[in-house]
Each structure stands twice: as structure tokens, then as C-alpha cells.
Design a protein around this ligand. Structure first.
Ligand code: MRU
Length: 374
């Protein structure tokens, strides 16, 4: 039976990115893993093509990985962190290792290029820093590439384990008999596997809690409509899609029991940058007396920033607002502004689910403990 299942997984692997060899103990057929390192090639499930097509991007050099992050073929804070780690592996492979200083300087330069791919999600810089530190700690140059690959694989495996832990902690927050609203895509596609906020919803569902799920379409890139709705379908969890601007009426009419989102960067005081529209949801939740939860690994916490005012907000091309897949959705020549993220002040956040546990205000203290305990 297990062999049969493995064979089926292998044949579906190119389609759904199922990868039983990464997690032999959980070879669920509907497990989505969007990032695969396959013998020197980085394979990504192209998130710009979903849900219409399950296409794979094949990458053999780090510049390609930078482009894939920038163009959002891979997206979501933890997923771009994992991709960045493999990008460092590919950058290192291009470099001669005979002179350690020259190698390290060139690797740091490549690290800067990778870091610049997208500015808001701190997981990218966190992963690059972790990888460069591994290279710096290796004095035996014959071993450096092998060490880097092992570290990237560890970052990827840890991410999944962390998400499952967050799911365990967060499932208690899922309202049996109620309803949950989520924003953007925070599922397996945004991570190595399982997801953050979507992972918590999944864990609640798997624990037998039954609640209605609503997800926003998430203009303009439609991560909610295209990716989250697709993931819920793969998981067999019924979810209802709504336009972003329906959140107000849904909360006002008592249709939402709680909101849960992911995060791209959390400042030391708990202020949280996440997909544009998150702040509006949090304000609406407070106005309507609804708990607002964030789920994020501690690699998303940036203790070097005192508050969210210091978080750089990525501005993306106006064409993402005026066009969809090349087709205009606004008059030709119209100007559009396109901030990709916003910052939710900590006072709107009821609790943050991390792999160290569920933390609450005062976040200055609780986040520090969560990071130390991770
Ligand atoms: O622009 P994206 O799609 O990379 O933005 C993703 C988000 O805002 C997610 O909510 C966040 O990265 C958390 S993902 C687990």
C-alpha cells in the first residue's frame, strides 16, 4: 500500500509537488510543497500561473532565483526565505573556492543581490544572513558548498516543522461552530509546506473543529482567489471567497468570529507588516469586537526594529493594479499606486501564534521570549 502510494506520489510529483521523501511519515496525497531542490536544480511551483496551470520553474543559477522572487513566481515570507537560502547555494557553486576571502566577499555580494529581490519580508534577509554565517564558519573550503546545501535543506525542513507547531498551538483559537476570515495566501504555497495562518486553520479543521472559512480575493495580485481558494480545495476544507471590501459588512452582520493572517515582518513592539488590506481588516475587527490573530514563525520577528514605522513597504508596479495578466482593467494611461503591504499597529492584534507558543500584549516582552525560545 505504502509502495503504491509512493509510486502515485512520484507520478504526481511534477503536478502537485508532492514529495514523500522529504517527509516520509506524512505522505498525504494532498500535501503541497512548492519548493524542491532536485540534484542541483531548484524547482518552484509557478505561483503566477496557478490555479489555471501547475507549471514548474527550473532554476540553475541564483539570478534566476532572484527574478523568481521579484516576479512572485514564489512568494510568501517563509517561501522566499527558503528560496533565498537555495539561491545562496547556487551563488556559491559559481565561485572559485581557492581563496577564502575572495570567496566570502563574492558570496556576500551575491547575498546583497538576493536581499534586494523584495524588501518587506524579513525572512529573506534572515535566511541569507544564516547562510552567509555558515560559509563564514567553515574554514575547510572543500566542504563549504556541501555545508551550504545542508543548511538550506535544514531551513526548509525546519520551516515545515515550525508551521506544524504553530498549527498545534493555534488550533485552540479556531472557533468550533463559528467562522474564520483570512487574507492573502499563507498556506503551503507561501512556505515550505503546511502554512502559517492557513496552517492554523488546517490544524483546527484536522482537530475536528468545524467552522466556516472565508477568504478575501486579495487585490491586486489575487493571492486569495487564485492560491488560497485552490489550497483549500486541495485540502478538502470548504472555503467561501469574497471581495476584500466585503469584510466590513460581513463583520458588522456577525458573520465572522475571528480573523487570522500571516506576517511579513513583525517589529519588536508587535506592529505587523502583512499584505495590503490587513490593517483595514484589523481596524474593522476591533470596531466589531472580533479577535484578530497573526500567525508567523519567529524568523519573521525583527527585534532590530522598535516599531512598524521603520518597516520598508514594497511598492510594486502600477500595472499590477491597472492590468491583470496583461489585460487592462482600467483606462489606458491611468496612474496607479501599489503598496504591497501595510502595517497593523500592535494594539489591534489580539495574539500572535509562533512556534514558541501564542503570545499576547505586551509584545515587547512576549516576542523577545518567543524569539529566545525558538
Ligand atoms: O506579496 P506576497 O504574496 O509575498 O505577500 C504574502 C503575504 O503577505 C503573507 O501573508 C505573508 O508573507 C505571510 S505568508 C506565510
Amino acid at each position: 500500500m505504502r509502495e503504491q502510494r509512493k509510486e502515485l506520489c512520484a507520478s504526481l510529483n511534477e503536478k502537485l509537488f508532492l514529495c514523500p521523501e522529504i517527509h516520509p511519515e506524512t505522505p498525504a496525497l494532498n500535501e503541497i510543497r512548492p519548493i524542491l531542490w532536485d540534484n542541483g536544480t531548484l524547482k518552484l511551483l509557478d505561483q503566477t500561473r496557478l490555479p489555471a496551470e501547475q507549471a514548474i520553474v527550473y532554476l540553475n543559477d541564483y539570478r534566476g532565483a532572484v527574478a523568481a522572487i521579484r516576479d512572485m513566481q514564489v512568494r510568501g515570507a517563509p517561501a522566499i526565505g527558503v528560496t533565498a537560502a537555495y539561491a545562496v547555494v547556487m551563488a556559491a557553486k559559481e565561485l572559485p573556492t581557492d581563496d577564502r576571502t575572495v570567496f566570502l566577499n563574492a558570496l556576500r555580494e551575491a547575498g546583497d543581490v538576493i536581499n534586494a529581490a523584495r524588501p518587506t519580508a524579513v525572512n529573506l534577509q534572515w535566511a541569507v544572513r544564516r547562510m552567509i554565517e555558515v560559509a563564514e564558519s567553515e574554514t575547510e573550503m572543500g566542504r563549504v558548498n556541501e555545508r551550504l546545501l545542508a543548511e538550506a535543506k535544514t531551513i526548509q525542513a525546519e520551516d515545515e516543522a515550525i508551521n506544524r507547531r504553530m498549527g498545534d498551538f493555534g488550533k485552540e483559537l479556531m472557533p468550533d461552530g463559528g467562522s474564520v476570515l483570512t487574507h492573502c495566501n499563507t498556506g503551503a504555497l507561501a512556505t515550505s509546506a503546511f502554512g502559517t495562518a492557513l496552517g492554523v486553520i488546517r490544524a483546527g479543521w484536522e482537530a475536528g473543529r468545524r467552522f466556516q472559512v472565508f477568504n478575501t480575493e486579495t487585490r491586486p495580485f489575487l493571492q486569495g482567489a487564485r492560491l488560497t481558494s485552490w489550497e483549500f480545495q486541495q485540502l478538502g476544507i470548504p472555503a467561501t471567497l469574497m471581495v476584500d471590501s466585503a469584510a466590513g459588512i460581513m463583520m458588522q452582520r456577525g458573520e465572522i468570529s475571528c480573523v487570522i493572517t500571516g506576517a511579513d515582518r513583525i517589529a519588536a513592539n508587535g506592529d505587523t507588516a502583512n499584505k495590503i488590506g490587513t490593517y483595514s481588516l484589523a481596524v474593522l475587527a476591533k470596531e466589531n469586537g472580533i479577535p484578530f490573530y497573526v500567525a508567523a514563525p519567529t524568523s519573521t520577528v525583527d527585534l532590530s526594529l522598535a516599531s512598524g514605522d521603520e518597516i520598508e513597504i514594497e511598492q510594486r508596479a502600477g500595472e499590477e493594479v491597472t492590468h491583470f495578466r496583461g489585460a487592462p482593467t482600467a483606462p489606458v494611461g491611468v496612474e496607479a499606486i501599489n503598496p504591497a503591504f501595510d502595517v497593523t499597529p500592535h494594539r489591534y492584534i489580539t495574539a500572535i501564534v509562533t512556534e514558541s507558543g501564542v503570545v499576547r500584549s505586551p509584545y515587547v516582552e512576549s516576542l523577545k521570549l518567543a524569539v529566545a525560545g525558538s
